[in-house]
Design a protein around this ligand. Structure first.
Ligand SMILES: [Zn+2]
Length: 103
């Protein structure tokens, strides 16, 4: 998992307490799967006690008419107001917002 590498590097040998992530709905990350994978990876990398603190970002699109709407996973990327295909304006995030380490 790429995430563990980045976190390990950022921690510079300090004990990581928690990792604050922002994940967009379009990433199709399943919370349970992520927690499971994190449990595995964190044990192998010395991040064993670090917790994941995840902020979920809803998917949103903007259509050519300028309508901005949140869309659900089954809605597709079509404007619910006019039916035109929109471009994604949020929901593709996978960002490490913050890492708490022991001083
Ligand atoms: Zn529209």
């Amino acid at each position: 998992m790429q995430l563990a590498k980045v976190v390990t590097r950022a921690a510079e040998g300090r004990t990581v307490r928690s990792v604050h992530l922002r994940i967009g709905a379009l990433r199709q990350v399943v919370p349970d799967t992520l927690a499971y994978a994190w449990g595995f990876v964190s044990r192998d990398t010395g991040l064993g006690s670090a917790e994941l603190d995840i902020e979920w970002v809803p998917a949103a699109i903007e259509c050519p008419e300028g309508h901005r709407n949140e869309v659900g996973p089954l809605d597709g990327l079509v404007c619910p107001e006019c039916g035109l295909p929109g471009r994604v304006i949020s929901g593709e995030e996978f960002t490490i917002v913050d890492i708490d380490v022991d001083a």
